[in-house]
Design a protein around this ligand. Structure first.
Ligand SMILES: [Zn+2]
Length: 414
């Protein structure tokens, strides 16, 4: 039976699903895409004209800290260094209350939704300063915004484990109480190797993925990466380990980067590159020719590493900017990495959509039978969208409209 003879709940007409492809209609029944075909003749409860926009499954943020977003009002930034950011945020964190975390996180999630994000992995710091207050708030945010975005929560040790053993037990508790995975940060721990082993012990015990903040410096000789690669292979955790930052890759010659990329690809370790934070915090020792300090995501991807570009922080001492827009982050990365070719820009789009979804063990590709989570961009396709920071028009989550930014209207002089 052709799609033209059927009844649908929603049809979005006149959209592209590939760069420069033919216009098609997307038919939705219930929470699933029923058909993607040209000129579907049917009745639908909701009939939407996509007006030539680009339809895809929405942006995927693989690395964001909702719990410590929007705290510039209670932090001082004097040096703009990583050490200062960690110290200032730790001080603020001791005063976090659940309602406060909830309202700041919800504000960021609402921005992310309106910028077309349909899936994200957020870190929630759990330690003697934060207690479980941030974690409880983020769990409520996850539940209250499930109408628009799938949020997975990483129980995260930002300030060490070997120096603060009670954090280990707190992470263990969180993993039995709603956390989806566990995260470590070896550069703040006095014993980085032991820290990595402890995170893997928790990942193993709870059978969950692990996510590390790693090698956040411009020193190519100071690296914990071999330890994480070794532990990943030892535990058989290929495809379940992610790493954020690895800014020291930006300080290495390309041949060394490519050799490391091959090791990462073999170990099935994914990388989240975080350009807004890395550009702000790295290279503070330079007063001229300041290094960019952003890991070369496109080189890693070219060697088969699962690579995404993500937000990381919004309006705090790690990143005193931000709007949780991933198309803006993709454009920032492309600009910093000096990319110009269409295929490179399409690759960058994948790093905030399909490849990023794969890192979180999902997919955002639109096809018949999959979940009807659809976002429209005011653009002919991914490449143009990255070049122009395409406007996000509207989105549906599981067939239900989740946001609408409206169409801009020019009031021209006659
Ligand atoms: Zn981070």
């Amino acid at each position: 039976m052709s799609a033209s003879d059927q009844q649908f709940d929603l049809i979005i007409r006149n959209v592209r699903v590939e760069e420069g492809g033919d216009f098609v209609d997307i038919a939705v029944r219930g929470d699933r895409i029923a058909a993607i075909e040209s000129r579907i003749r049917c009745d639908a409860l909701s009939d939407v004209d996509g007006e030539g926009s680009f339809a895809f499954g929405g942006f995927v943020d693989t690395h964001i800290h909702l719990d410590k977003a929007c705290i510039l009002d209670r932090c001082a930034i004097c040096q703009g260094t990583l050490a200062e950011a960690v110290q200032q945020t730790a001080k603020a964190k001791a005063g976090f209350e659940e309602a406060d975390v909830y309202s700041r996180a919800a504000r960021v999630v609402e921005k992310a939704v309106s910028h077309g994000t349909t899936r994200m992995r957020t870190f929630a710091e759990i330690d003697p300063r934060a207690g479980f207050r941030s974690f409880e708030a983020i769990k409520r945010v996850r539940r209250d915004y499930a109408f628009a975005v799938d949020i997975e929560i990483c129980a995260f040790a930002q300030e060490g484990l070997t120096n603060e053993p009670q954090t280990y037990d707190m992470l263990d508790t969180a993993l039995s109480d709603g956390a989806d995975l566990v995260g470590g940060c070896s550069y703040t721990d006095p014993a980085p190797g032991r820290h990595i082993d402890m995170i893997f012990a928790l990942a193993s015990k709870h059978d969950v993925p692990a996510d590390f903040h790693l090698d956040f410096s411009l020193d190519p000789d100071r690296t914990d990466l071999p330890k994480v690669i070794d532990a990943t292979l030892r535990h058989g955790w290929q495809g379940r380990v992610s790493i954020g930052h690895v800014t020291n890759l930006s300080a290495m010659p390309p041949a060394q980067v490519l050799a490391i990329a091959d090791n990462l690809a073999t170990a099935g370790i994914a990388i989240s590159v975080l350009p807004a934070t890395d550009l702000f915090l790295m290279g503070r020792g330079h007063d001229s020719l300041v290094p960019r300090g952003v890991a070369p995501a496109h080189l890693l991807a070219g060697r088969g590493v699962v690579t995404s570009i993500a937000t990381n922080n919004v309006l705090n001492p790690f990143t005193p900017y931000g709007d949780a827009s991933l198309i803006r982050m993709a454009n920032l990365y492309a600009n910093v990495a000096q990319l110009s070719r269409d295929e490179d820009l399409a690759l960058v789009f994948d790093m905030v959509s399909e490849t990023a979804a794969g890192q979180l063990d999902g997919s955002s590709r639109l096809q018949a039978g999959v979940e009807a989570t659809i976002v429209l961009l005011d653009s002919p396709g991914p490449c143009a969208a990255v070049r122009e920071i395409a406007r996000v028009i509207a989105g549906w989550k599981k067939g239900r409209k989740s946001f609408d930014n409206g169409r801009p209207v020019l009031h021209k002089a006659i």
